[in-house]
Design a protein around this ligand. Structure first.
Ligand SMILES: [Zn+2]
Length: 307
């Protein structure tokens, strides 16, 4: 029996998930989470947490997520905005040396997208587009369980496709989807519409809309029109079998997803409209993605042994 460990090393919590490969099907064994170890000694502390979690079980391989950019060849973290102590370290090798288990590193957004596509809301389809609506807007095209990264590693940047509106984006362009729909931008746009300095969040805007605030509804209306255009662009470009929408903003489907999907349906002409569904794995998607990376690591090792 193969035991696989997923370590989702997030900015505030580290989530651990042990799964069993039961004849090609992954089964949950147990989960735990703890505050993310920080600074010098973080890897020693992470190894101690992991040892405690595993107890007498021996995992065959682990996957660990990185919130940032890592070098594909060495596995070393190049930049991590919220976890600077990881920069220059190769987290999979560091943990592997301490635990005596082979491991592999996977970018957190990639892990989340693959998990949703393979085990979550996209399961059963071999061509899935996963959208994450959070502070920023991220996308990933998952084909046969792997993210299509593009020739330069920059594919899937749906947050930075033009929507035709003139709003300035953090990326330097104007009119990106993220500039209208990104979590912090929604709040800022509502504050500006009302002429207040309240540092409102996306949740505040949704609550405002629920109370009948016209300006909140107008801001959301613009955002969902932009999302509808984004969805139609995805259909036109890659014609996915399923579109999965996750991230914090997906928790208010009646104000974000449902209106955007309705608008996309009304505007569609030649487009093949696939099922558009909410993500299912929630905050454990990253850990499941790490388990899938570990599974692939075991598979690769077995293939090497047999060649
Ligand atoms: Zn942009």
């Amino acid at each position: 029996m193969t035991l696989l460990l997923g370590v989702d090393n997030g900015g505030t919590r580290v989530k651990l998930l042990l799964a069993r490969d039961a004849g090609g099907r992954l089964e949950h064994v147990r989960t735990a989470d703890a505050p993310t170890p920080r600074g010098i000694g973080a890897m020693d502390e992470l190894a101690a947490i992991t040892r405690g979690f595993l107890g007498d079980d021996r995992a065959d391989a682990f996957g660990i997520t990185v919130a940032g950019i890592f070098d594909e060849a060495s596995g070393a973290v190049v930049t991590s905005a919220n976890m600077r102590w990881l920069e220059g370290l190769a987290p999979a090798r560091e943990l592997s040396d301490r635990l005596g288990i082979p491991g592999v590193v996977v970018q957190d957004g990639v892990a989340t997208a693959i998990a949703e596509a393979v085990l979550g809301a996209g399961r059963g389809a071999d061509d899935v587009f996963v959208l994450a609506l959070g502070t920023g807007i991220a996308g990933a095209h998952v084909v046969d369980g792997a993210v299509r990264k593009g020739a330069h590693g920059g594919a899937g940047e749906i947050g930075h496709i033009a929507t035709g509106r003139g709003e300035k984006c953090t990326c330097g362009q104007s009119g990106c989807l993220e500039s209208l729909l990104g979590g912090t931008r929604l709040g800022a746009r509502w504050d500006r519409a009302r002429g207040v300095h309240a540092q409102s969040t996306a949740v505040d805007v949704v609550h405002g809309a629920e109370r009948g605030d016209e300006s909140a509804r107008a801001v959301l209306d613009e955002a969902t029109s932009a999302l509808a255009n984004g969805l139609l662009s995805v259909m036109a470009m890659i014609d996915p079998g399923v579109i999965v929408i996750g991230g914090g903003l997906s928790n208010s489907p009646e104000w974000i997803i449902d209106p955007a999907v309705d608008k996309a349906r009304r505007q569609a002409t030649f487009h093949a409209i696939p099922p558009i569904v909410r993500a299912e794995l929630g905050s454990w998607a990253g850990a499941w993605g790490a388990v899938l990376a570990a599974e692939q690591r075991v598979g690769d090792a077995l293939r090497l042994e047999h060649t």
